[in-house]
Design a protein around this ligand. Structure first.
Ligand SMILES: [Fe+2]
Ligand SMILES: [Fe+2]
Length: 140
């Protein structure tokens, strides 16, 4: 199911919100793929495109959050960074699985679910908490 941007996902830090919106848009590209009308080669091609983007962009996004947390001496930096690393580890496992077993619609669905679940939980529990702290420290 497509994931919708909603105010409940907002952190209130514009740069972070913009990056989250972009990540959500790309996950939606994957979710809206018309798998029924694609052969496995097309699926593979589309999937690789999304994974390549997500792989690079998500790392930049995590780096941006980590940099800003360091700058403001966020006390929960370590826990937050650990969550990011877990995502990257799972992401790498998925990529290896695709390489080994080829692209199937079942695996694409698993990727969608994993990405959406993780992202929504992470934004709501971890990023929003961080953003509340940052906003209290930032100059008006
Ligand atoms: Fe984060
Ligand atoms: Fe984030």
């Amino acid at each position: 199911m497509e994931i919708q941007w909603h105010e409940s996902l907002a952190t209130g830090v514009d740069k972070i919100d913009d990056q989250h919106k972009e990540i959500i848009a790309r996950i939606n590209t994957l979710i809206n793929m018309d798998m029924e009308n694609m052969d496995s080669e097309e699926m593979e091609h589309e999937l690789q495109k999304v994974l390549r983007f997500l792989g690079g962009y998500v790392i930049d996004h995590f780096n941006a959050e980590e940099e800003i947390m360091t700058r403001y001496h966020y006390p929960e930096y370590d826990e937050h960074k650990k969550e990011h690393l877990t995502f990257l580890k799972n992401f790498a496992t998925l990529k290896r699985m695709f390489e080994k077993e080829g692209t199937t619609s079942l695996m694409i669905t698993a990727t969608q679910n994993q990405a959406v679940d993780w992202l929504v939980k992470h934004i709501k529990n971890i990023d929003q908490k961080m953003a509340a702290f940052l906003k209290s420290k930032m100059q008006p």
